[in-house]
Design a binder for this molecule. Structure first.
Ligand SMILES: [Fe+2]
Length: 239
């Protein structure tokens, strides 16, 4: 067994603090994940919105779908919001910089694709330069599925929702978006990764990294056809 007696006491106590802090964070994340997973559509008044959702679904057949966002609660530490995506809506590939996000589908289903940056970062060509990312989620999520969580660097911080039927989901974002604190939403396009691409050849990827599902992500302006309507939340008061 390796002894830690050679480590100065101050560093040992710092190390102990980090272990304690990461343990506490792990407990909190587990607790919020558990609570989020038990939230249903009734808890946030979604069943009262069914008529509205039917109208939005009908409208989506003629015009670009309008995504609805209702912020349930927001403070400097976190935001809780419900999003409704009508038929054929797409929440384009976007990120949550420096944020932890808990999500739970409450009604319907959606297909989730999510990426994390490859580490160390690998830049490609173009302006802005694309960067290599690994696809970490590519599956359908339904109201029967558990909540899921993404972190600043893992779990699929850059993600896209594609809806065939319709979907309402809950997001708990902590900390919330705050442009003044460098937490703005950025949109991306994902481009196929070709290992014969000169950037890929010179990137020094390991064999294990090459076997992953990779893509180049490049920043793009907010898609012109993305329409998000913010409506007041009128469901049960939670705070
Ligand atoms: Fe998101």
């Amino acid at each position: 067994m390796i002894s830690s007696s050679w480590i100065p006491p101050q560093i040992r106590s710092c190390g102990g603090m980090f272990v304690l802090i990461s343990h506490i964070i792990g407990v909190i994340v587990g607790h919020v994940h558990d609570i989020t997973g038990r939230i249903g559509p009734h808890d946030v008044g979604l069943m009262d919105d069914l008529d509205y959702f039917h109208r939005m679904n009908a409208a989506a057949r003629q015009t670009p779908p309008i995504i609805t966002c209702k912020t349930i609660y927001s403070c400097s530490n976190f935001t809780i919001a419900v999003f409704f995506l009508p038929q054929r809506a797409v929440m384009p590939l976007h990120d949550h910089p420096g944020m932890t996000v808990f999500s739970k589908v409450l009604i319907g289903s959606t297909h989730v694709e999510a990426y994390d940056w490859l580490r160390p970062r690998v830049s490609g060509q173009g302006s802005p330069a694309a960067m290599l990312a690994e696809k970490v989620l590519d599956h359908n999520v339904t109201a029967a599925s558990d909540a899921w969580v993404l972190f600043p660097d893992t779990g699929g911080n850059m993600h896209r929702f594609v809806v065939d039927g319709h979907c309402a989901f809950l997001d708990v974002l902590t900390p919330p978006y705050a442009p003044a604190e460098q937490r703005s939403c950025t949109y991306y396009e994902d481009l196929p990764y070709d290992e014969l691409d000169p950037c890929a050849v010179s990137s020094g990827l390991t064999e294990a990294q090459r076997r992953r599902q990779l893509a180049w992500l490049r920043e793009v302006p907010q898609p012109k056809d993305l329409r998000i309507a913010n409506l007041p939340y009128q469901g049960p008061k939670i705070f």
